[in-house]
Design a protein around this ligand. Structure first.
Ligand SMILES: Cc1ncc(C[n+]2csc(CCOP(=O)(O)OP(=O)(O)O)c2C)c(N)n1
Length: 342
């Protein structure tokens, strides 16, 4: 039942791949812009960290294609999403604003995810159906299975997408969540962003089969491994999984093979556990320049267009940074608000 699809973006360049997937030229330009915005926001977050303003950064760099490609396959008006902490690209597509992300980063009172109480990148947006997050790895997986079961019982047609790293697939929550979802044939899509490390633990010490997607077989659901640095491949796989789920055919496990370009977090030094040559090799597969090359080959954008996009994004990132820097911190007397039931 498990199917392993693998493709190489570069081999396929030159063909109108997005058109064949039903995506318009405007769609792919917007996909690229969302990926670039995620990257530039992340870069700014590291600068704020190094400058002492942001205490902690957990980065999306390298994973933007997987995140934006998957988000593009959702119905943003009704589907539920349980993201994990690297999903800046995903939540941007769902409507979370750069200002909101920066408010959370700097722990400001106006942060809509938690009023400055959560760690950054612990997204939460009820109106966009983004469920709040725990830092405990993998806990979102059974929660998402439960949300999908609720959709099935209600018959509301919503699909639930849940994302996680490959390290999370070594947690009991992953196995319980997939087992439950498969038994009850719930409308869920499980997306593993396999970036090859759980902090310092390499994928070979986390997963005993060649592909995380192979694990789907044990639950009797389809498992698909795709090039996670190609947004079109991730979009295609996610759209197929969403269609299956909406048609009542149950869940799918997708593995987007990608790489975390930076350290696990701003508190981590990755030079102790992974060779620089490996990081450099993956930089050559960086999804941002690769997708820019595709858009150029398709004649959808040129150097000037890319420059204009960069400038537009720089202004958005500047505005978000300035706004969050000037925003007030939570007041001490509100310390316990929204922390305990009230
Ligand atoms: C249950 C649990 N164990 C350990 C941790 C510490 N921890 C935080 S992130 C992380 C790595 C998770 O790796 P993965 O799921 O592959 O995601 P990645 O960070 O690589 O994107 C770990 C071990 C935790 N938060 N929760």
């Amino acid at each position: 039942m498990a199917t392993g699809h693998r493709t190489d973006l570069l081999e396929r360049q030159g063909h109108d791949r997005h058109g064949k997937l039903g995506l318009t030229d405007e769609d792919v330009l917007q996909i690229y812009e969302a990926m670039l915005l995620a990257r530039r926001l992340d870069e700014r977050m590291w600068i704020l960290n190094r400058g002492g303003q942001a205490s902690f950064v957990i980065s999306c760099q390298g994973q933007e294609a997987a995140q934006v490609g998957a988000a593009w396959a959702l119905d943003r008006e009704r589907d539920w999403v349980y993201p994990y902490y690297r999903d800046v690209g995903l939540v941007l597509v769902l409507g979370v604003t750069p200002r909101e992300l920066m408010l959370a980063l700097l722990g400001k009172a106006e942060d809509p995810a938690s009023g400055g109480r959560q760690m950054p990148n612990h997204f939460s947006s009820p109106e966009r159906r983004i469920a709040p997050q725990s830092s405990v790895v993998g806990t979102q997986i059974p929660q998402a299975a439960g949300t999908a079961l609720a959709s099935k019982i209600r018959g509301d047609g919503a699909v639930t997408l849940v994302t996680f790293g490959e390290g999370a697939t070594a947690e009991g929550d992953f196995h319980e969540g997939l087992n439950f979802a498969a038994i009850h044939k719930v409308p869920a899509v499980f997306l593993c962003e396999n970036n090859r490390y759980a902090i310092s633990v390499p994928v070979e010490k986390e997963v005993s089969v060649p592909d995380v997607a192979d694990r789907a077989l044990a639950y009797g659901i389809p498992g698909v491994a795709v090039d996670g640095n190609d947004p079109l491949e991730v979009y295609r796989a996610t759209r197929e999984a969403v269609e299956r789920a909406r048609a009542g055919e149950g869940p799918t496990l997708i593995e987007a093979k990608t790489y975390r370009l930076l350290a696990h977090s701003s508190d981590d030094d990755d030079s102790g556990y992974r060779p620089r040559e490996e990081v450099e090799a993956w930089k050559k597969k960086d999804p941002i320049p690769r997708f820019a090359a595709y858009l150029k080959e398709q004649g959808l954008i040129d150097h000037g267009g890319l420059q204009a996009m960069e400038e537009r994004i720089r202004q958005i990132v500047d505005d978000a940074t300035d706004y969050a820097e000037q925003a007030p911190y939570p007041r001490a007397e509100h310390l316990l608000d929204h922390v305990y039931g009230d």
